[in-house]
Ligand binder design. Structure first.
Ligand SMILES: NC(=O)C1=CN([C@@H]2O[C@H](COP(=O)(O)OP(=O)(O)OC[C@H]3O[C@@H](n4cnc5c(N)ncnc54)[C@H](OP(=O)(O)O)[C@@H]3O)[C@@H](O)[C@H]2O)C=CC1
Ligand SMILES: O=C([O-])CC(=O)C(=O)O
Length: 271
């Protein structure tokens, strides 16, 4: 059975641990880690079947087959190279870190050398399957419009650095327009999906991102428009936010759970 380690035990990590624990994913929850004891204890006490060991990353990668990173972009710098050097596969949700081309190239090289896999789930967006299919021919443009209530964007570096009082905004307001490279730096915990789109499509500098705050919303909306040789498609998802982290949509952990299921099943559907 696949031995899994979960690095980061917040909104996403907690859901993944419970999905392994309740048998939705046929795997062993072997180890977990988070910098907060409170988060580790909360996850541990929500489990019925597994009692994972708490392990720092260096130890974790020696023991498990796959590490799931669900912590932060900063954590990706430590977790991914450490896992790959130990010949351990890795799944990444803080995908925005890969806007750093040096990190991306370095991790690809180590993965190739060690014959390991780096998995990036679709996360909180719909349409990655179509984008990957379309990318087999020419792509002309990929645009993401993300629209969230204030709680989904509060505390982002862009908001703090520009002294934007996000809670006093009364109507739908465009906060940011730029490339995916700029977007994932300005909003590292809000638009990792822009990085996933970039990796699947036409790269970080060519993927356009618009970020909108809308106090009338209760859901996180991601709209994608793609044009290419295949024709054009748009996708729109209205995501229920995670109860413990309003920045994170519930679809994000579900996507990780489904990608993990894919790894353990013999019959796989979708691009
Ligand atoms: N790909 C996608 O579609 C999506 C990606 N995400 C990203 O996934 C990641 C997890 O999201 P979510 O579960 O909602 O986040 P949470 O903040 O709920 O949980 C993350 C946990 O990991 C901890 N953590 C962060 N960095 C480290 C580190 N270097 N070492 C140890 N622990 C660490 C956090 O602590 P602390 O609070 O102190 O930072 C926190 O306890 C985030 O980076 C988020 O931006 C989110 C939604 C969609
Ligand atoms: O969960 C979402 O809606 C998207 C998100 O936070 C991210 O991509 O970082």
């Amino acid at each position: 059975m696949l031995k899994i380690g979960v690095f980061g035990c917040g909104a996403i990590g907690g859901e993944i641990c419970r999905a392994i624990d309740n048998g939705q994913i046929e795997a062993e929850l072997y180890a977990i880690y988070d910098r907060h004891d409170e988060s580790l204890n909360r996850v541990k006490s929500s489990l019925e079947n597994f009692d994972p060991q708490i392990m720092e990353i260096v130890e974790m990668v020696r023991e498990v087959d796959l590490v799931v990173e669900c912590a932060s972009q900063q954590a990706v710098y430590e977790v991914v190279p450490t896992a790959l050097h130990a010949k351990c596969d890795v799944m990444v949700v803080s995908v925005g870190a890969f806007a750093d081309t040096q990190l991306l190239e370095m991790t690809e090289n180590i993965a190739r050398e060690k014959n390991c896999r780096i998995y990036v789930p679709s996360g909180a967006i719909c349409g990655i399957d179509g984008l990957i299919s379309a990318s087999a021919a020419g792509l002309h443009s990929v645009t993401l419009t993300t629209e969230k209530p204030p709680g989904g964007l509060r505390g982002a570096p862009f908001v703090l650095e520009n002294n934007i009082d996000i809670d006093s905004i009364t109507g739908r307001t465009v906060l940011f327009e730029g490339s995916a490279t700029e977007a994932v730096q300005a909003f590292p915990a809000n638009v990792n999906v822009a990085a996933t789109l970039s990796l699947a499509g036409i790269g970080f500098d060519n993927t356009r991102v618009r970020i909108v705050v809308n106090p009338a919303l209760t859901r996180n909306i991601h709209e994608i428009a793609v044009e290419g040789e295949f024709g054009r498609f748009t996708s729109r998802v209205e995501n229920v936010p995670s109860p413990t982290n309003p920045k994170t949509s519930y679809l994000a952990p579900l996507s990780v759970i489904s990608t993990l299921k894919k790894l353990t099943q013999s019959f796989n559907v979708g691009t």
